[in-house]
Ligand binder design. Structure first.
Ligand SMILES: [Zn+2]
Length: 257
């Protein structure tokens, strides 16, 4: 028995060493499965529609429903983890399927009497933008946004855990957003404990590593969104998907204007 136990132990440690090497190789060739990304919830890669614009995709710009919606579409500018405008963003619009946009407008209407409003960072995201993220993640020589977006992580782990080869955002039912608070001197961002797209455990919606006030703010956003049919992704306080999705098996690639 002792011999077989030893053999078994040796085999187990050899097997785990092989698994570690295999994982390291997968990371190097960029084929990591999206184990923890929101897009891991999608069973198969969706078909990409050939719709050339929002109207033919059945989407609307949110300001057609809420004219003064607060927005800071980060991938249209340079204040994002890539550090430059992302491929596919010609403008800073927020496009969503019509019924999703209508649900978001209802959330906004419910928040305003409380002195709060939504603050949108991203909505529909073209397939080509997601490909741009993957290319950026594979370029380990470019570390210029590390201090602001992933200070505690090695860039090599971003692909898979944080950046996925496909995104639910491309299906037009997912939105990234926070809250703004009205004050006499103007609106200001509601403190959520991390910035948008901060790649860290503190971005987990129920993270214990933020203040009670920050946690309460996240819960307030989540409660308002859930009331209108949006589900939060627990590893990112800002990421919400409307359920059921209007086009769960179709992604889009028309540019954001
Ligand atoms: Zn998101």
């Amino acid at each position: 028995m002792p011999i077989s136990a030893t053999t078994s132990k040796t085999w187990r440690s050899r097997a785990s060493a092989i698994a570690v090497e295999a994982c390291a190789l997968l990371v190097l060739i960029g084929c990591v499965a999206a184990v923890r990304s929101p897009d891991a919830q999608t069973p198969a890669a969706p078909q990409v529609s050939n719709a050339a614009d929002a109207a033919s995709a059945g989407m609307v710009e949110i300001r057609s429903l809420v004219a003064d919606m607060s927005m800071d579409i980060r991938y249209a500018g340079s204040d994002n983890f890539v550090g430059r405008p992302v491929d596919g963003y010609r403008g800073a619009g927020c496009y969503l399927h019509r019924n999703v946009a209508q649900a978001l407008a209802r959330v906004e209407r419910e928040l305003r009497p409380q002195g709060l409003r939504l603050h949108i960072y991203d909505c529909y995201r073209p397939v080509r933008a997601v490909r741009d993220f993957v290319r950026w993640a594979g370029d380990l020589s470019d570390q210029k946004t590390k201090a602001r977006y992933y200070p505690a992580l090695d860039k090599r782990v971003l692909l898979g855990d944080y950046i996925s080869p496909t995104s639910g955002h491309s299906r037009g039912a997912t939105v990234d957003l926070g809250l703004m608070e009205s004050h006499a001197g103007g609106d200001r961002i509601v403190e959520m404990g991390t910035g948008f797209d901060y790649f860290d455990k503190r971005a987990h919606t129920d993270s214990p590593d933020i203040t009670a006030a920050q946690r309460a703010n996240r819960q307030r956003l989540r409660a308002a969104m859930q009331r209108e049919g949006f589900e939060n992704y627990p590893l990112e306080w800002w990421h919400y998907t409307y359920k059921p999705e209007p086009t769960p098996a179709t992604a889009f690639d028309f540019p954001v204007e």
